[in-house]
Ligand binder design. Structure first.
Ligand code: B4P
Length: 182
């Protein structure tokens, strides 16, 4: 079974939903940069105040801020982990690679959750978070295709990528993911 896993995919593909299940069933540390940032916003910390407006526009929070959060959490633990929503651009992916080399914990598997844009928009509108109105969602999809999608080729070239269809029920998708995790 793979122990160090990364979930990649567009906003609304269900990364958070599936990561939570897999982390619980496989006893992995679940790190969601989106969740961690929302917690900082809710706490009203300096970091949260910096992130809030950026997230509300559907843009990406600065690399240095997100990296600081991930570094603090990954260096604390030696067991398996599941990164959800990070990295989101090439700079973050390269910084992550460097960090993982430092701590001797290379990625074993990248799971790409693939879903068409119209289903993504429907799901996010139904979710109804504050950053889930249609204009912001469309912007997040543009940011995804400009900045995050290049990571598919990056991880494919390293032989780490497995693509999973992210349509259907939560259970059906979870089974497909289990099959690639082993
Ligand atoms: P995230 O929190 O990562 O959220 P997301 O991509 O929108 O959603 P996810 O794919 O996890 O979908 P979910 O399971 O919720 O990012 C939010 C923001 O944080 C970003 O826009 C950015 O500003 C910032 N951020 C985060 N990480 C960053 C980074 N590394 N660098 C810079 N900025 C960063 O599922 C969506 C909905 O679909 C839910 O309502 C769910 O219930 C539903 N759903 C799930 N599976 C379903 C299914 N099979 N069928 C029907 N509905 C389903």
């Amino acid at each position: 079974m793979k122990q160090r896993i990364l979930f990649l995919g567009p906003p609304g593909a269900g990364k958070g939903t599936q990561a939570e299940r897999l982390a619980a069933s496989h006893n992995l540390l679940h790190l969601s940069t989106g969740e961690l940032l929302r917690a900082e916003v809710a706490a009203g910390s300096a970091l949260g105040q910096e992130a809030e407006a950026v997230m509300a526009r559907g843009e990406l929070v600065s690399d240095s801020l997100v990296l600081a959060i991930v570094r603090a959490r990954l260096t604390c633990c030696s067991g398996g982990w599941l990164l959800d929503g990070f990295p989101r651009n090439l700079a973050q992916a390269e910084a992550l690679q460097q960090l993982l080399e430092e701590i001797g914990q290379p990625i074993e598997l990248v799971v790409l959750l693939a879903l068409d844009d119209e289903t993504l928009v429907e799901r996010l509108l139904a979710r109804g978070r504050t950053d889930d109105n249609e204009a912001v969602i469309r912007n997040r999809l543009v940011v995804y295709s400009d900045q995050t999608e290049p990571l598919i080729a990056y991880y494919r070239a390293q032989g780490l990528l497995s693509s999973v269809e992210a349509n259907g029920t939560v259970e059906a998708i979870a089974e497909r993911i289990s099959a690639v995790v082993g």
